[in-house]
Design a protein around this ligand. Structure first.
Ligand code: DMJ
Length: 575
């Protein structure tokens, strides 16, 4: 056997083989991650079915499950603390959780159950009921759930037994959309927050609504118009959105609550959380879905104002729309969607650092408390609850899509583990009433199935998205980006997980924000010659981060520093 005698040769040999000695081979590493993701995906699938089957057994066809008492609540009519007095005695609910589960069933590949649910809804669901519902909630959960399921039922994958589906979900959606229209009949075009499904706006109805209540209807109502050919839904939602935008301050900030009759602000302080969150989300997503330049213009100004007046380091506080002065220094659980939105616009660096703060708070408590006082580093005394919200899982999914950084898989794993250890009960998953004691509350919100489980599942297995391009509504219902609905796209789908567009010609890395385009819509000819990049993230040339030279390493999304190739042949932030 040949054994080198001098140290020089030993050293040379050592350097040659060290990458393989000290680091598992590419295929070994890859298969370890793949196995971990498969394992986590199955854990999420189990969670989903535990929640779904308990709902079907103990609550269906009522709206939501009470997992501790294994009973039900007709929450669609209670959302926003509505008393049940408007519901008829024999009201059986609107099967809200079933509607909310439809797209998740498809994403998890359960076409049989999807079909069963579609048939049941087609035969039983009715909106001709004397029930006062919240327009925003009913729009994102019911209208969005039905429209998305209709599209999934009729797309080219033919999920339903041939001939069994005759647009029943679309007909139901149209019926519901028609019942929404009287809400917009105000001097300002801003819709009432509440409407009776049978009788329209009630006498003495409150005229107060929120920014998200009248500014986050455009995806569902726009899609309904495109599908039915009836322009009234999209026009009503767009008119409301434009009116709302016209009420912005000179700093491009909006308040949180307003009066739909006078068009005056009631609450001038706002942030990116409760009452406002999905307004920003829908401006950006409406641009992605419909390609109207107007949406981008509004979103861009609004986004810059948020970053300027609400952001403090990686945190976001609230500010007065008139002065831009900070009002409340609070982190709210709903704000955790923001990093996900930042990924969509390509601001990955900012998304990453803000996401880390939410992860920090999640780890501190085991789940995300509803409100956390940043100025006192303590919980808000009355908002210590965690109602199984999806926002952190959602952002984690988006960040993993953009970066493929395995750290996000670990974050997802920790979310799954917490949900299983603190909130899983025999009858489903229960909300947390107090994050300091982990005392539970008897409510499994429908968004746990529509969003929380869905985003976790997609984090570990995004095969549903491969070669397709969907935008998710604020309730997690997928809508496809279709050239026929879009003002700018050529006649093709755009692959989903592109954060930049590649071209044969030499490319110039640029921030998607600076170019004012969403990375997902960067296919437009003018931009295709450039490399449309996120704020700073540039992936390493190889998925397993192996390299021979610095040129094969990208830019780190955490701090925007260039990565380099180590002696052992890995890209990283080596000093
Ligand atoms: C969901 O109903 C939607 O995501 C909505 O936009 C606000 N948040 C809840 C879940 O937390």
């Amino acid at each position: 056997m040949f054994l080198p005698r001098n140290y020089g040769t030993w050293l040379l040999l050592f350097l040659l083989i060290s990458p393989t000695l000290f680091s598992p081979s590419m295929s070994h590493l890859d298969s370890r991650w793949a196995a971990k993701k498969r394992h986590m995906r199955e854990k999420v699938r189990e969670m989903f079915y535990h929640a779904y089957e308990n709902y079907m057994t103990h609550a269906f066809p009522h709206d939501e499950l009470k997992p501790l008492t294994k009973s039900f609540t007709d929450s669609l009519s209670e959302l926003g603390n509505l008393k049940l007095e408007h519901l008829p005695q024999d009201y059986n609910g609107s099967a809200l959780t079933l509607i909310e589960s439809l797209s998740s069933l498809v994403i998890m590949g359960n076409n049989t159950e999807f079909e069963r649910a579609v048939i049941w809804l087609s035969e039983n669901l009715t909106f001709n009921i004397d029930a006062r519902i919240n327009l925003f909630e009913c729009n994102i959960r019911v209208l969005g759930g039905l429209i998305s399921a209709h599209i999934l039922a009729t797309d080219s994958t033919n999920r339903l037994v041939h001939g069994s589906y005759k647009n029943q979900l679309l007909n139901l959606a149209e019926d519901l959309g028609r019942r929404f229209l009287p809400a917009f009949d105000t001097p300002t075009g801003l819709p009432y927050a509440w409407i009776n499904l049978k009788y329209g706006v009630m006498e003495n109805e409150t005229t107060e609504t929120s920014t998200s209540g009248c500014g986050s209807l455009i995806l569902e109502m726009g899609a309904l118009s495109r599908l039915t050919g009836d322009p009234r839904y999209e026009s009503a939602a767009l008119r409301a959105l434009r009116k709302l935008w016209s009420m912005r301050s000179s700093l491009n900030l909006l308040g949180t609550t307003l009066d739909v009759i006078t068009g005056e602000w009631i609450e001038y302080s706002s942030g990116i959380g409760a009452g406002v969150d999905s307004f920003y989300e829908y401006l950006c997503k409406a641009y992605i879905l419909f390609g109207k330049e107007d949406y981008w213009r509004m979103f861009h100004s609004a986004y810059l104002a948020v970053q300027k007046y609400f952001r403090h380091g990686s945190w976001y506080h609230e500010a007065d729309m008139r002065t831009g002065k900070a009002t409340y220094w609070q982190l709210t659980s709903l704000q955790a969607f923001w990093p996900g939105l930042q990924v969509l616009v390509g601001d990955i660096g900012a998304a990453n650092s803000s996401h880390r703060e939410f992860v920090y708070v999640w780890e501190k408590f085991g789940v995300l408390p509803e409100r956390y006082l940043l100025d006192h580093q303590m919980l808000h005394p009355t908002e210590k609850y965690y109602p199984l919200r999806p926002e952190l899982a959602e952002s984690t999914f988006y960040l993993y899509q953009a970066t493929k950084d395995p750290w996000y898989i670990q974050v997802g794993e920790s979310i799954v583990n917490s949900l299983n250890s603190y909130t899983k009960v025999e009858g489903g998953f229960a909300s947390v009433r107090d994050v300091t004691t982990m005392q539970l509350e008897d409510h499994q919100h429908s968004f746990f199935l529509a969003e929380t489980c869905k985003y976790l599942y997609l984090l570990f297995d995004d095969s549903f998205l491969v070669d397709r391009n969907y935008i998710f509504t604020t309730e997690g219902h997928p809508l496809p980006i279709l050239s026929s609905w879009h003002e700018r796209l050529p006649e093709t789908y755009i692959p989903t997980n592109w954060t930049y567009a590649k071209s044969e010609q030499p490319t110039r890395p640029a921030s998607a924000m600076s170019l004012q385009v969403c990375p997902a819509t960067a296919l437009r000819s003018g931009y295709a010659v450039q490399q449309i990049e996120s704020a700073c993230h540039v992936p390493d040339s190889r998925g397993d981060h192996r390299c021979f030279s610095d040129e094969e390493c990208g830019v780190d999304s955490t701090n925007c520093r260039r990565r380099s190739c180590s002696m052992a042949g890995y890209c990283g932030l080596w000093i």
